[in-house]
Design a binder for this molecule. Structure first.
Ligand SMILES: *[C@@H]1O[C@H](CO)[C@@H](O)[C@H](O)[C@H]1NC(C)=O
Ligand SMILES: *[C@@H]1O[C@H](CO)[C@@H](O)[C@H](O)[C@H]1NC(C)=O
Length: 310
């Protein structure tokens, strides 16, 4: 991977000396080596609380894996099983974080409130009222992106409902009392890039960081970008994209492409004809890469499949 990446970068540098030779990376190139042997539906993900939520982007802090969720709706007080939750609003946070376990069917929120008998997750990126943030302020977050042994970054988009997008920002995250904790948010108002005229997600920065961080053989990392997931591995980059209602894999030697055609993986059954989205790979469950365990959102349920590759 290391040699491969250096060669790719040198090649790209010469390509960009002439506009004519910039490849059109929206076009599939080459063949896709992935062959799906089997897909098993494993079930719905459970937690140490009771919530409905979406996303669950997977990333690392201090070598441990965490899932970052979007809007996290608390079940009614004392309800322990999400399927038994009565209709209605019972409280929420705009994002939350949970530590992964040896099964994608089980995660553990690391910051719970005082609710009894069922404690509910706290908001991971805290609302700062001095910046005009309230519970109505949406945070479109990415996963944790490690920058060194102790620190990770998370990128997010501040959505000042109902006024719309404000800006994109980055926060530094460290472990505190064994719990991922935002220790700093960059920018005067908690964000860096003004959403009216600048990039909204900071994705390129994130991709670049990942590209250079983990160039050790056998290590694979997942990057989640809204509906997309990219897994870097030693030989190929796998990209799991939502395509209509199905999930597919495409491969590339590097994040900038060129990308292969898609191989269809799985078509979830949408609950109440809703959307299925945000597939995320749990690479820590199989370092050999023979299987891919993928969680995704289906109407605020997090469902899990296991894909076996040939
Ligand atoms: C790249 O390919 C896409 C899809 O076919 C096409 O819509 C687009 O115009 C192409 N871009 C360039 C610069 O050729
Ligand atoms: C963002 O930029 C726009 C101009 O493009 C400006 O009107 C607005 O005040 C800026 N927002 C903030 C919060 O600085």
């Amino acid at each position: 991977m290391y040699v491969c990446t250096v060669v790719t970068l040198l090649a790209m540098a010469s390509i960009y000396t002439s506009n004519d030779s910039i490849p059109n990376n929206t076009q599939p190139v080459g063949s896709n080596p992935v062959i799906i042997a089997n897909v098993d539906y494993l079930g719905e993900q459970r937690t140490n609380s009771c919530t409905h939520r979406d996303l669950g982007f997977l990333g690392q802090l201090t070598g441990r894996w965490y899932a970052v969720y979007g809007d996290t709706l608390w079940c009614k007080a004392s309800v322990t099983e999400p399927s038994q939750d009565p209709e209605g609003f019972h409280g929420m946070v705009r994002d939350s974080i949970a530590e992964c376990s040896d099964s994608a069917l089980r995660v553990k929120f690391t910051q719970l409130n005082e609710d009894s008998p069922v404690a509910h997750p706290k908001q991971f990126i805290p609302c700062n009222e001095a910046w005009g943030k309230t519970l109505t302020t949406g945070f479109g977050g990415t996963s944790l992106c490690p920058v060194d042994d102790d620190n990770s970054l998370i990128f997010y988009l501040v959505n000042q409902n109902p006024d719309g997008l404000v800006g994109a920002g980055a926060a530094q995250v460290q472990l505190s009392n064994d719990s991922p904790t935002v220790v700093k948010r960059y920018g005067e108002n908690g964000w860096w890039w003004n959403a009216t005229h600048e990039a909204r997600y900071g994705l390129h920065l994130w991709l670049g960081r990942y590209e250079f961080l983990h160039e050790k053989p056998g290590i694979r990392d997942s990057m989640n970008t809204g509906g997309d997931v990219t897994v870097l591995e030693t030989k190929h980059t796998l990209n799991h994209v939502q395509q209509g209602d199905c999930f597919a894999i495409r491969t590339a030697p590097a994040p900038e492409g060129p990308w292969s055609d898609d191989v269809k993986v799985y078509t979830p059954t949408p609950i109440d004809s809703g959307f299925t989205y945000a597939p995320g790979v749990h690479p820590y469950l199989d370092s050999a890469g023979k299987t891919l365990t993928i969680s995704y959102t289906n109407k605020n349920h997090i469902q899990v499949i296991k894909v076996t590759l040939e």
